[in-house]
Design a protein around this ligand. Structure first.
Ligand SMILES: [Zn+2]
Length: 254
């Protein structure tokens, strides 16, 4: 324990940097390939793409997704069919993929099938998960507990940021982007810098694809700010950051 405390004194706990930022994109949209990837690649920043395996974009542009994985981006697991709990206020949920009608085992099976699919694309045996619609339970039953050996971490959707010793790896918080300007998102990064926190940013649409959208300009402004401040900010895919946190919390920092 003393080793952990000695290490916790520093204000640069993230690979000797002040904070960590993980950029994530959910649901696998064409716009992420066409509008986000060129900016990320031009700045040599790596992100995590939480893939819904049976999405339209996967069905039509499988090789493009394979290519981004070969280029160092993480393909995270965002299930096979994107099931979400239906019911009041969730009338848009497809009844065939209503999570509240799933058994826990069905969710586990579909999620493991997605891991197998992603492994066929990128060859990786370690990856992270993102809860669909932020739903962590079927009724009262958690399903992630049974899958802790399948994933290093799981991302939720609460708008919060935490210090490295306060992070629950199977409930990693994130900031959901919904029309923010570049300046607004940069404020989140500044807060992470000041508090030595992990900031996870969640994009859906990038100039289209989903109603939860970001403009090309705002997206580009944020990424350029991250690049310009790289000496203080560790930008990496979720899998790398999660493994680092896991080592840190077990008292074995890299
Ligand atoms: Zn989603």
């Amino acid at each position: 324990m003393w080793g952990f405390h000695a290490f916790a004194q520093t204000n640069t706990p993230w690979h000797h940097k002040k904070c960590a930022v993980v950029i994530t994109y959910d649901d696998a949209y064409d716009q992420q390939l066409d509008n986000a990837i060129p900016v990320l690649d031009s700045l040599r920043l790596k992100a995590t793409f939480y893939i819904t395996a049976f999405s339209n974009s996967m069905q039509t542009r499988l090789n493009d997704w394979k290519k981004i994985a070969a280029n160092g981006h993480e393909l995270g697991n965002h299930t096979l069919f994107h099931p979400c709990n239906g019911g009041k206020g969730r009338e848009w949920v497809n009844p065939d993929h209503d999570l509240s009608k799933y058994s826990v085992q069905r969710m586990i099976d579909e999620t493991r099938m997605t891991n197998l699919f992603l492994r066929a694309l990128d060859g990786k045996t370690k990856r992270t998960f993102a809860f669909t619609c932020g739903d962590m339970k079927i009724g009262d039953s958690s399903f992630i507990n049974a899958m802790k050996d399948d994933f290093v971490a799981a991302r939720a959707v609460r708008n919060q940021m935490h210090k490295i010793n306060e992070i629950d790896l199977y409930n990693v918080d994130c900031y959901v982007v919904n029309g923010e300007t570049g300046r607004q998102m940069i404020e989140w990064v500044k807060e992470a810098l000041e508090t030595n926190s992990l900031l996870v940013i969640l994009f859906h649409g990038v100039n289209g694809g989903n109603a939860l959208n970001v403009s090309l300009q705002a997206h580009s402004q944020l990424l350029h700010f991250l690049k310009q401040n790289e000496k203080d900010i560790w930008v990496a895919p979720m899998i790398d950051v999660a493994e680092y946190i896991k080592n840190y919390q077990s008292g074995k920092p890299k």
